[in-house]
Structure formats: C-alpha cells, structure tokens
Design a protein around this ligand. Sequence first.
Ligand SMILES: Cc1cc2nc3c(=O)[nH]c(=O)nc-3n(C[C@H](O)[C@H](O)[C@H](O)COP(=O)(O)OP(=O)(O)OC[C@H]3O[C@@H](n4cnc5c(N)ncnc54)[C@H](O)[C@@H]3O)c2cc1C
Length: 298
Amino acid sequence: MMGDWWSALQTLGECRENEPMARHTTLGVGGATRWFFRPQNRAAMITALQHIPFDVPLLPLGRGSNLLVPDAGFAGVVVDVSDLNDIRVQAQSLSAGCGVRMSRVARQCAEHALTGLEFMATVPGDVGGGVAMNAGAFGQQVSDCLSEIELLTRQGEVRTIDAAQLQMAYRHTQLPSGSLVLSAAFTLQKDDAEAVRERMREMRAKRGATQPLELPNCGSVFKNPQGDHAARLIEAAGLKGLRIGGARISDKHANFIVNEGGAKSSDVLALIRQARETVEQRFGVRLEPEVRALGETL
Ligand SMILES: Cc1cc2nc3c(=O)[nH]c(=O)nc-3n(C[C@H](O)[C@H](O)[C@H](O)COP(=O)(O)OP(=O)(O)OC[C@H]3O[C@@H](n4cnc5c(N)ncnc54)[C@H](O)[C@@H]3O)c2cc1C
C-alpha cells in the first residue's frame, strides 16, 4: 500500500527517502525524515494530499528557520513548499504563495511603495511559515496586514479563510491540525518608496549589530514574556555563553542558541530546558518556546 501513494507523489514533484533534516533547518540539526516531498506547483500539492494516507503525519516546511527536528528524525512526510512561489501586487493588495520568501515580499513592497511589512526584509522564512508563526519584528507582525489565506485541509480541500478567524496573537496562529497555508493575501498602505527602503535598511542594520547571524541559529528561542525580554532574563540568570555539546547560548544575544559545529538536537533541547528551569527558579517566570520543537512537549 505504501508504494502506491509514494509512487503517485513521484509524478508530482521531487521525492526523497530518509532525507536528513539538518540540511533543511537554519540551525543545521535534526535527524532524517522518512519521506521528503517537494511538489512542483500548487496543483501538485493539492493532488498529493489526496494520495497521502491520513495516518501518515505531515509537516509543512518553509525555510526551517523556526524548526527543531529531533535527532531521531520524523516518521512522516515533510512537504517542502519552495516551488509554490507566485507573487502578485495589485494596487494596495499583495498576494503570495506559501513558498515565497518574506524577503521577496519586502522587495515587492519597496518596489510598489507599500508599507506595513518592512520587517519581512529581515526575517529568513517563507510566507507560509510567517503566517503559521505570525512572524513579526520592530513593532510589526503578519497579522497587522493579513487579510485572508487559502488553506489546504488534510482532506485536500482548498478553503479561503478570513484572517480574523485565525485567532492570531503574538507568535501564534490557530491553524487546523495537518492543514497547510497555500497562499496569503495582505492589504497594505501607500507610502514613499524611499522611506520604505530606508526603514528596511535601518532594521537590517539593527539586527546585524545585535544578533549572532554569522552562526547557524533559529532566531529567538523563547517568546518575550509580557513586559519583559527573554534575553534579559536568561542573561540575568547567568546563562549567556553556556555550552552543551556543539550548541551554545549566544554571547551576543542570550535568546539565541547557535550551532558552533556538530551540535545535536538534544544539545539544543538541553539548553532550552536549562534556560527555562533556571529562569523559572530565579525569577518565577516560565518562558514559552517560540521555536517549534517537533515531537517535544517543552
Ligand atoms: C536569524 C533569524 C532571525 C529571525 N528573526 C525573527 C523575527 O524577527 N521575528 C520572527 O517572528 N521570527 C524570526 N525568526 C524565526 C523564523 O524566521 C520565523 O518564525 C518564520 O516565520 C519561520 O518561517 P519558515 O518558513 O522558516 O518556517 P519553518 O521554520 O519552516 O516552519 C515553522 C512552523 O511553521 C509551519 N509551517 C511552515 N510553512 C507552513 C505552511 N505553508 N502552512 C502551515 N504551516 C507551515 C511548520 O510546520 C512549523 O511548525 C528568525 C529566525 C532566524 C534564523
């Protein structure tokens, strides 16, 4: 039976078995996924869902910039949506396939003199990952401008959903389990193109000065608790620079964990647990992870 659906997927895109996920996450850690599928386009993605059995777990993958895959890997299908990458701008509306890089959205905004999503110039994920995480920075977030999404349900149905129904909050979006964001539509405001570009330049400069972008990482590991900063708490707990295996709590920014070479997922998880426990003991604040740690209850 397995052969049937897997053979069907091979006519719809690139298929690999036992693909190391360390190649597909910005942290550069994680074991192999049993199946890896990269649909050639949107139609192939929709058809594929009609073939993949319901009992096979499915993981949509953007750029893997917020994902921690365990060393034991993933016993399901990882779907790499990079080729679902159409983008369209009409007056103040921008719509993009889930595989469009957020930096490309930002470039389009600058070209069309649109404001609202400047932060996307500095975040390394895709539109689908950005919606799923309600990504944001510098006082902006996806939910500020998102008008609707197209959702592909696990049953293979495409539904248009109003952003208001997604219960989006700080780094949170409520998506039905097993579903995939196919595309997103944003409503933006007109501005001066040079002013938009200048804000993007300033954001990039700030980020480069404060974050350890020279080493593999997954961005902020923890969400900021109300009225405080996870980085401040981790630093105050004396954990900046702590190393376990090949992973370290960055010396430059305490809410970043960097892979200094040869890190395992278990090293990163051990640092996450230690930071969480120490901060809770010292300050009574329970940090909530922002990174999606697959199969782990943190
Ligand atoms: C250097 C660096 C800086 C960062 N800075 C920021 C920042 O300023 N602000 C911020 O918010 N984040 C930041 N991040 C984290 C990350 O870039 C964002 O969370 C981003 O939105 C993740 O997008 P992605 O495409 O890489 O998603 P992935 O990491 O591939 O996936 C993340 C989650 O989204 C799900 N997902 C992905 N695509 C889809 C889809 N099409 N449909 C449904 N679910 C999907 C995945 O299954 C997974 O659960 C940073 C990361 C790095 C490495």
